[in-house]
Design a protein. Structure first.
Length: 418
Protein backbone atom coordinates (compact mmCIF):
# COMPACT_ATOMS: atom_id res chain seq x y z
CA UNK A 1 0.00 0.00 0.00
CA UNK A 2 2.89 2.37 0.78
CA UNK A 3 4.27 1.81 -2.72
CA UNK A 4 0.94 2.69 -4.34
CA UNK A 5 0.55 5.74 -2.11
CA UNK A 6 4.03 6.95 -3.07
CA UNK A 7 3.28 6.27 -6.73
CA UNK A 8 0.10 8.39 -6.63
CA UNK A 9 2.10 11.33 -5.23
CA UNK A 10 3.88 11.68 -8.59
CA UNK A 11 2.49 13.25 -11.78
CA UNK A 12 0.46 11.08 -14.15
CA UNK A 13 3.39 10.79 -16.58
CA UNK A 14 5.61 9.26 -13.89
CA UNK A 15 2.84 6.88 -12.82
CA UNK A 16 2.43 5.66 -16.39
CA UNK A 17 6.17 5.15 -16.79
CA UNK A 18 6.23 3.03 -13.63
CA UNK A 19 3.39 0.84 -14.88
CA UNK A 20 5.13 0.80 -18.24
CA UNK A 21 8.29 -0.63 -16.66
CA UNK A 22 6.26 -3.32 -14.90
CA UNK A 23 4.81 -4.30 -18.27
CA UNK A 24 8.14 -4.05 -20.10
CA UNK A 25 9.89 -6.40 -17.69
CA UNK A 26 6.92 -8.76 -17.53
CA UNK A 27 6.83 -9.05 -21.31
CA UNK A 28 10.62 -9.31 -21.65
CA UNK A 29 11.14 -12.00 -19.00
CA UNK A 30 8.07 -13.87 -20.17
CA UNK A 31 9.90 -14.58 -23.44
CA UNK A 32 13.67 -14.08 -23.41
CA UNK A 33 14.65 -16.64 -20.72
CA UNK A 34 12.98 -19.37 -22.80
CA UNK A 35 14.17 -18.24 -26.22
CA UNK A 36 17.39 -20.30 -26.27
CA UNK A 37 15.49 -23.48 -25.39
CA UNK A 38 12.93 -22.79 -28.13
CA UNK A 39 15.61 -22.21 -30.74
CA UNK A 40 17.65 -25.26 -29.76
CA UNK A 41 15.02 -27.83 -28.84
CA UNK A 42 11.89 -26.79 -30.73
CA UNK A 43 13.57 -25.55 -33.91
CA UNK A 44 16.61 -27.84 -33.79
CA UNK A 45 19.18 -25.08 -34.25
CA UNK A 46 22.82 -25.62 -33.32
CA UNK A 47 24.34 -23.97 -30.27
CA UNK A 48 26.34 -21.70 -32.57
CA UNK A 49 23.21 -20.45 -34.37
CA UNK A 50 21.41 -19.97 -31.06
CA UNK A 51 24.35 -17.91 -29.86
CA UNK A 52 24.22 -15.78 -33.02
CA UNK A 53 20.50 -15.02 -32.60
CA UNK A 54 20.88 -14.13 -28.92
CA UNK A 55 24.07 -12.18 -29.57
CA UNK A 56 22.46 -10.11 -32.32
CA UNK A 57 19.65 -9.13 -29.96
CA UNK A 58 22.07 -8.14 -27.22
CA UNK A 59 24.39 -6.27 -29.60
CA UNK A 60 21.46 -4.41 -31.20
CA UNK A 61 20.43 -3.17 -27.77
CA UNK A 62 23.75 -2.48 -26.06
CA UNK A 63 25.40 -0.96 -29.11
CA UNK A 64 22.53 1.38 -29.99
CA UNK A 65 21.66 2.87 -26.60
CA UNK A 66 23.41 6.02 -27.74
CA UNK A 67 20.95 6.30 -30.66
CA UNK A 68 17.96 6.02 -28.32
CA UNK A 69 19.41 8.61 -25.95
CA UNK A 70 20.11 11.13 -28.71
CA UNK A 71 16.69 10.55 -30.25
CA UNK A 72 15.05 11.26 -26.89
CA UNK A 73 16.92 14.56 -26.62
CA UNK A 74 16.24 15.74 -30.16
CA UNK A 75 12.82 14.27 -30.97
CA UNK A 76 11.28 14.08 -27.50
CA UNK A 77 11.33 11.15 -25.11
CA UNK A 78 7.60 10.44 -25.53
CA UNK A 79 7.78 9.59 -29.21
CA UNK A 80 10.91 7.47 -28.75
CA UNK A 81 9.29 5.47 -25.93
CA UNK A 82 6.22 4.80 -28.07
CA UNK A 83 8.36 3.84 -31.08
CA UNK A 84 10.46 1.49 -28.94
CA UNK A 85 7.46 -0.34 -27.51
CA UNK A 86 5.91 -0.58 -30.96
CA UNK A 87 9.10 -2.09 -32.40
CA UNK A 88 9.27 -4.63 -29.60
CA UNK A 89 5.67 -5.61 -30.34
CA UNK A 90 6.70 -6.39 -33.91
CA UNK A 91 9.93 -8.12 -32.86
CA UNK A 92 8.29 -10.42 -30.33
CA UNK A 93 5.49 -11.12 -32.81
CA UNK A 94 8.11 -12.29 -35.32
CA UNK A 95 9.55 -14.67 -32.73
CA UNK A 96 6.09 -16.23 -32.53
CA UNK A 97 5.45 -16.43 -36.25
CA UNK A 98 8.87 -17.12 -37.76
CA UNK A 99 10.90 -20.34 -37.81
CA UNK A 100 13.56 -19.43 -40.38
CA UNK A 101 16.88 -17.87 -39.45
CA UNK A 102 16.35 -14.60 -41.44
CA UNK A 103 13.05 -13.95 -39.65
CA UNK A 104 14.55 -14.76 -36.25
CA UNK A 105 17.49 -12.46 -36.89
CA UNK A 106 15.10 -9.68 -37.90
CA UNK A 107 13.13 -10.31 -34.70
CA UNK A 108 16.35 -10.10 -32.68
CA UNK A 109 17.41 -6.84 -34.32
CA UNK A 110 13.99 -5.22 -33.85
CA UNK A 111 13.59 -6.31 -30.23
CA UNK A 112 17.14 -5.17 -29.42
CA UNK A 113 16.68 -1.83 -31.17
CA UNK A 114 13.42 -1.39 -29.27
CA UNK A 115 15.23 -1.67 -25.95
CA UNK A 116 17.94 0.69 -27.16
CA UNK A 117 15.23 3.27 -27.92
CA UNK A 118 12.97 3.17 -24.91
CA UNK A 119 15.43 2.37 -22.09
CA UNK A 120 17.36 5.68 -22.13
CA UNK A 121 14.24 7.59 -23.20
CA UNK A 122 12.21 6.31 -20.24
CA UNK A 123 14.95 7.25 -17.80
CA UNK A 124 15.40 10.69 -19.35
CA UNK A 125 11.64 11.35 -19.23
CA UNK A 126 11.44 10.08 -15.63
CA UNK A 127 14.35 12.26 -14.52
CA UNK A 128 12.77 15.35 -16.09
CA UNK A 129 9.26 14.73 -14.72
CA UNK A 130 10.36 13.80 -11.19
CA UNK A 131 12.08 17.14 -10.58
CA UNK A 132 13.67 17.18 -7.12
CA UNK A 133 12.37 13.69 -6.32
CA UNK A 134 14.48 11.75 -8.80
CA UNK A 135 15.84 9.33 -6.21
CA UNK A 136 12.36 8.35 -5.01
CA UNK A 137 11.12 8.04 -8.59
CA UNK A 138 13.98 5.72 -9.54
CA UNK A 139 13.48 3.73 -6.34
CA UNK A 140 9.86 3.13 -7.38
CA UNK A 141 11.11 2.35 -10.88
CA UNK A 142 13.30 -0.41 -9.40
CA UNK A 143 10.36 -1.83 -7.45
CA UNK A 144 8.15 -2.07 -10.53
CA UNK A 145 10.99 -3.40 -12.68
CA UNK A 146 11.85 -6.10 -10.13
CA UNK A 147 8.21 -7.12 -9.82
CA UNK A 148 7.96 -7.51 -13.58
CA UNK A 149 11.16 -9.56 -13.63
CA UNK A 150 9.51 -12.01 -11.21
CA UNK A 151 6.03 -12.08 -12.77
CA UNK A 152 7.38 -12.54 -16.31
CA UNK A 153 9.13 -15.91 -15.84
CA UNK A 154 6.20 -17.26 -13.80
CA UNK A 155 3.73 -16.31 -16.51
CA UNK A 156 6.11 -17.59 -19.17
CA UNK A 157 6.40 -20.96 -17.45
CA UNK A 158 2.62 -21.29 -17.40
CA UNK A 159 2.25 -20.30 -21.06
CA UNK A 160 4.95 -22.76 -22.11
CA UNK A 161 2.53 -25.50 -21.08
CA UNK A 162 0.71 -24.44 -24.25
CA UNK A 163 3.73 -23.67 -26.44
CA UNK A 164 6.40 -21.06 -27.04
CA UNK A 165 4.26 -19.16 -29.52
CA UNK A 166 1.66 -18.54 -26.84
CA UNK A 167 4.39 -16.92 -24.71
CA UNK A 168 5.70 -14.82 -27.59
CA UNK A 169 2.25 -13.62 -28.66
CA UNK A 170 1.35 -12.76 -25.07
CA UNK A 171 4.58 -10.77 -24.72
CA UNK A 172 3.87 -8.99 -28.00
CA UNK A 173 0.35 -8.25 -26.79
CA UNK A 174 1.68 -6.68 -23.57
CA UNK A 175 3.92 -4.36 -25.57
CA UNK A 176 1.07 -3.51 -27.93
CA UNK A 177 -1.11 -2.44 -24.96
CA UNK A 178 1.76 -0.39 -23.54
CA UNK A 179 2.27 1.31 -26.90
CA UNK A 180 -1.40 2.34 -27.12
CA UNK A 181 -1.49 3.47 -23.47
CA UNK A 182 1.55 5.69 -23.92
CA UNK A 183 0.18 7.20 -27.11
CA UNK A 184 -3.10 8.02 -25.38
CA UNK A 185 -1.93 9.08 -21.92
CA UNK A 186 1.74 10.06 -21.86
CA UNK A 187 1.93 13.88 -22.08
CA UNK A 188 3.99 15.42 -24.87
CA UNK A 189 6.67 17.86 -23.79
CA UNK A 190 8.15 20.66 -25.85
CA UNK A 191 11.66 19.90 -27.06
CA UNK A 192 14.26 22.66 -27.15
CA UNK A 193 15.59 23.27 -30.69
CA UNK A 194 18.85 21.36 -31.09
CA UNK A 195 22.06 23.30 -31.50
CA UNK A 196 24.76 21.62 -33.57
CA UNK A 197 24.77 18.03 -34.76
CA UNK A 198 24.37 14.70 -33.02
CA UNK A 199 28.09 14.04 -33.30
CA UNK A 200 28.74 17.27 -31.42
CA UNK A 201 26.45 16.04 -28.63
CA UNK A 202 28.33 12.75 -28.45
CA UNK A 203 31.68 14.51 -28.38
CA UNK A 204 30.48 16.75 -25.57
CA UNK A 205 29.42 13.78 -23.45
CA UNK A 206 32.42 11.56 -24.23
CA UNK A 207 34.81 14.44 -23.52
CA UNK A 208 33.32 14.73 -20.03
CA UNK A 209 36.07 12.71 -18.39
CA UNK A 210 34.42 12.65 -14.97
CA UNK A 211 31.29 11.14 -16.47
CA UNK A 212 33.18 8.50 -18.46
CA UNK A 213 35.23 7.60 -15.39
CA UNK A 214 32.02 7.26 -13.36
CA UNK A 215 30.44 5.03 -16.01
CA UNK A 216 33.52 2.80 -15.98
CA UNK A 217 33.45 2.69 -12.19
CA UNK A 218 29.96 1.22 -12.45
CA UNK A 219 31.38 -1.99 -13.98
CA UNK A 220 30.99 -3.58 -10.54
CA UNK A 221 27.31 -2.74 -10.25
CA UNK A 222 26.31 -4.11 -13.64
CA UNK A 223 28.59 -7.15 -13.47
CA UNK A 224 27.37 -8.14 -10.02
CA UNK A 225 23.70 -7.54 -10.82
CA UNK A 226 24.10 -9.97 -13.71
CA UNK A 227 25.25 -12.66 -11.27
CA UNK A 228 21.62 -12.91 -10.14
CA UNK A 229 21.20 -14.81 -13.42
CA UNK A 230 24.53 -16.65 -13.55
CA UNK A 231 26.71 -17.31 -10.50
CA UNK A 232 24.14 -17.09 -7.69
CA UNK A 233 21.55 -19.46 -9.24
CA UNK A 234 24.39 -21.85 -10.11
CA UNK A 235 25.62 -21.66 -6.51
CA UNK A 236 22.14 -22.39 -5.14
CA UNK A 237 21.75 -25.40 -7.44
CA UNK A 238 25.17 -26.80 -6.56
CA UNK A 239 24.65 -26.34 -2.83
CA UNK A 240 21.28 -28.12 -2.72
CA UNK A 241 21.48 -30.43 -5.72
CA UNK A 242 18.05 -29.12 -6.74
CA UNK A 243 17.48 -27.16 -9.96
CA UNK A 244 14.48 -25.36 -8.49
CA UNK A 245 16.75 -23.69 -5.90
CA UNK A 246 17.59 -21.08 -8.55
CA UNK A 247 14.03 -19.75 -8.21
CA UNK A 248 14.73 -18.89 -4.56
CA UNK A 249 17.36 -16.41 -5.73
CA UNK A 250 14.75 -14.39 -7.63
CA UNK A 251 12.12 -14.75 -4.90
CA UNK A 252 14.40 -13.43 -2.14
CA UNK A 253 15.49 -10.48 -4.27
CA UNK A 254 11.96 -9.52 -5.30
CA UNK A 255 10.52 -9.72 -1.78
CA UNK A 256 13.40 -7.67 -0.37
CA UNK A 257 12.97 -5.05 -3.07
CA UNK A 258 9.23 -4.73 -2.55
CA UNK A 259 9.59 -4.46 1.22
CA UNK A 260 12.66 -2.25 1.56
CA UNK A 261 13.49 -0.18 -1.54
CA UNK A 262 11.41 2.90 -0.75
CA UNK A 263 12.27 2.82 2.95
CA UNK A 264 15.99 2.62 2.20
CA UNK A 265 15.95 5.44 -0.36
CA UNK A 266 13.95 7.79 1.87
CA UNK A 267 16.16 7.10 4.87
CA UNK A 268 19.44 7.56 3.02
CA UNK A 269 18.35 10.66 1.14
CA UNK A 270 17.66 12.42 4.43
CA UNK A 271 21.00 11.53 6.01
CA UNK A 272 23.75 11.73 3.44
CA UNK A 273 24.83 12.40 -0.11
CA UNK A 274 24.90 10.45 -3.34
CA UNK A 275 28.62 9.64 -3.48
CA UNK A 276 28.52 8.16 0.01
CA UNK A 277 25.58 5.90 -0.70
CA UNK A 278 26.70 4.83 -4.18
CA UNK A 279 30.09 3.78 -2.78
CA UNK A 280 28.46 2.08 0.21
CA UNK A 281 26.01 0.22 -2.03
CA UNK A 282 28.79 -1.01 -4.31
CA UNK A 283 30.81 -2.18 -1.30
CA UNK A 284 27.77 -4.07 -0.01
CA UNK A 285 27.36 -5.69 -3.41
CA UNK A 286 30.96 -6.89 -3.28
CA UNK A 287 30.66 -8.19 0.28
CA UNK A 288 27.54 -10.12 -0.73
CA UNK A 289 29.76 -12.72 -2.37
CA UNK A 290 31.76 -13.44 0.79
CA UNK A 291 29.23 -15.77 2.53
CA UNK A 292 28.87 -18.06 -0.53
CA UNK A 293 32.66 -17.95 -1.04
CA UNK A 294 33.31 -19.25 2.48
CA UNK A 295 31.28 -22.42 1.86
CA UNK A 296 31.88 -22.84 -1.89
CA UNK A 297 32.11 -26.51 -2.80
CA UNK A 298 30.87 -27.64 0.62
CA UNK A 299 27.19 -28.12 -0.24
CA UNK A 300 25.68 -31.27 1.24
CA UNK A 301 22.47 -31.35 -0.78
CA UNK A 302 20.31 -30.08 2.09
CA UNK A 303 18.11 -26.99 2.15
CA UNK A 304 20.43 -25.43 4.73
CA UNK A 305 23.29 -25.50 2.25
CA UNK A 306 21.54 -22.77 0.27
CA UNK A 307 21.45 -20.34 3.22
CA UNK A 308 24.88 -18.70 2.59
CA UNK A 309 23.94 -18.17 -1.07
CA UNK A 310 20.57 -16.66 -0.14
CA UNK A 311 22.24 -14.43 2.46
CA UNK A 312 24.51 -13.25 -0.34
CA UNK A 313 21.47 -12.63 -2.57
CA UNK A 314 19.86 -10.52 0.15
CA UNK A 315 23.01 -8.45 0.73
CA UNK A 316 23.49 -7.99 -3.02
CA UNK A 317 19.95 -6.70 -3.41
CA UNK A 318 20.41 -4.38 -0.44
CA UNK A 319 23.49 -2.98 -2.15
CA UNK A 320 21.56 -2.41 -5.38
CA UNK A 321 18.75 -0.75 -3.45
CA UNK A 322 21.23 1.58 -1.74
CA UNK A 323 23.20 2.56 -4.85
CA UNK A 324 20.94 2.39 -7.89
CA UNK A 325 18.46 5.26 -7.27
CA UNK A 326 21.33 7.64 -6.54
CA UNK A 327 23.26 6.49 -9.62
CA UNK A 328 20.24 7.25 -11.78
CA UNK A 329 19.73 10.60 -10.02
CA UNK A 330 23.38 11.55 -10.51
CA UNK A 331 23.74 10.88 -14.25
CA UNK A 332 21.67 13.84 -15.55
CA UNK A 333 23.66 16.25 -13.35
CA UNK A 334 26.89 15.61 -15.26
CA UNK A 335 25.77 17.80 -18.15
CA UNK A 336 23.14 20.03 -19.73
CA UNK A 337 19.47 19.06 -19.23
CA UNK A 338 19.09 19.06 -23.02
CA UNK A 339 21.47 16.07 -23.19
CA UNK A 340 19.93 13.94 -20.44
CA UNK A 341 18.97 11.17 -22.87
CA UNK A 342 22.42 11.17 -24.46
CA UNK A 343 24.07 10.87 -21.06
CA UNK A 344 21.88 7.90 -20.16
CA UNK A 345 22.48 6.31 -23.57
CA UNK A 346 26.27 6.60 -23.43
CA UNK A 347 26.28 5.54 -19.78
CA UNK A 348 24.62 2.26 -20.74
CA UNK A 349 26.94 1.75 -23.71
CA UNK A 350 30.10 2.27 -21.64
CA UNK A 351 28.96 0.31 -18.60
CA UNK A 352 27.42 -2.39 -20.80
CA UNK A 353 30.72 -3.01 -22.54
CA UNK A 354 32.58 -2.94 -19.23
CA UNK A 355 30.07 -5.34 -17.69
CA UNK A 356 30.41 -7.71 -20.66
CA UNK A 357 34.14 -7.86 -19.96
CA UNK A 358 33.40 -8.39 -16.27
CA UNK A 359 30.98 -11.22 -16.99
CA UNK A 360 33.59 -12.86 -19.22
CA UNK A 361 36.04 -12.76 -16.32
CA UNK A 362 33.47 -14.29 -13.96
CA UNK A 363 32.65 -17.02 -16.48
CA UNK A 364 36.35 -17.78 -16.92
CA UNK A 365 36.76 -17.93 -13.12
CA UNK A 366 33.84 -20.38 -12.85
CA UNK A 367 35.44 -22.68 -15.44
CA UNK A 368 38.88 -22.36 -13.85
CA UNK A 369 37.46 -23.09 -10.42
CA UNK A 370 35.71 -26.21 -11.67
CA UNK A 371 38.88 -27.49 -13.30
CA UNK A 372 41.20 -26.77 -10.40
CA UNK A 373 38.97 -27.38 -7.41
CA UNK A 374 38.88 -23.68 -6.57
CA UNK A 375 35.12 -23.16 -6.33
CA UNK A 376 35.78 -20.00 -4.31
CA UNK A 377 37.52 -18.22 -7.21
CA UNK A 378 34.46 -16.71 -9.02
CA UNK A 379 33.00 -15.53 -5.72
CA UNK A 380 36.28 -13.82 -4.87
CA UNK A 381 36.36 -12.19 -8.32
CA UNK A 382 32.90 -10.73 -7.74
CA UNK A 383 33.88 -9.43 -4.30
CA UNK A 384 36.89 -7.69 -5.85
CA UNK A 385 34.72 -6.16 -8.61
CA UNK A 386 32.33 -4.65 -6.07
CA UNK A 387 34.99 -3.30 -3.72
CA UNK A 388 37.05 -1.92 -6.62
CA UNK A 389 34.01 -0.08 -7.98
CA UNK A 390 33.24 1.32 -4.53
CA UNK A 391 36.82 2.52 -4.29
CA UNK A 392 36.59 4.09 -7.75
CA UNK A 393 33.50 6.11 -6.83
CA UNK A 394 35.07 7.21 -3.53
CA UNK A 395 38.21 8.26 -5.40
CA UNK A 396 36.22 10.29 -7.94
CA UNK A 397 34.39 11.93 -5.09
CA UNK A 398 37.60 12.89 -3.32
CA UNK A 399 38.87 14.41 -6.56
CA UNK A 400 35.72 16.56 -6.66
CA UNK A 401 34.78 15.00 -10.01
CA UNK A 402 31.15 14.18 -9.19
CA UNK A 403 28.28 16.69 -9.47
CA UNK A 404 27.89 18.52 -6.17
CA UNK A 405 24.09 18.63 -5.83
CA UNK A 406 23.20 17.10 -2.47
CA UNK A 407 21.09 13.99 -2.24
CA UNK A 408 20.15 14.77 1.28
CA UNK A 409 20.48 17.62 3.72
CA UNK A 410 20.73 21.14 2.37
CA UNK A 411 24.23 22.53 2.43
CA UNK A 412 25.94 19.12 2.40
CA UNK A 413 28.09 18.77 -0.72
CA UNK A 414 29.48 15.71 -2.41
CA UNK A 415 33.02 16.81 -1.54
CA UNK A 416 32.37 17.08 2.21
CA UNK A 417 30.25 13.99 2.64
CA UNK A 418 32.77 11.14 2.62
Amino acid sequence: MGTLREMRSFPLAVQLLLVNQLGVNTGFYLLIPYLATHLGEDLGMSAAVVGIVLGVRNLSQQGLFIIGGSAADRLGARGVIIAGCGLRTVGFGLFALGDGLPVLLAASVLSGLAGALFNPAVRAYLAQEAGGRKAEAFALFNVFATTGALVGPLLGSALLLVDFRASALTAAGIFAVLTVAQALVLPAREVEPAKGGVLADWREVVSNRAFVAFALAMVGMFTLENQLYLLLPDGARRATGWDGAAGLVFLVGTLANLALQLRITRSLKSSGTRARWIAAGLALMGLAFVPPMLVAGAGDGSWWAAVPVLVGVLILNLGVMVASPFVMELIPDFGRPELTGTYFGIFYVVSGIAAAVGNTVVGWAMDAGDRGGGEWVPWACCAVFGLASAGGVAWLHRLGALPVSPAGLAGVTERSAV
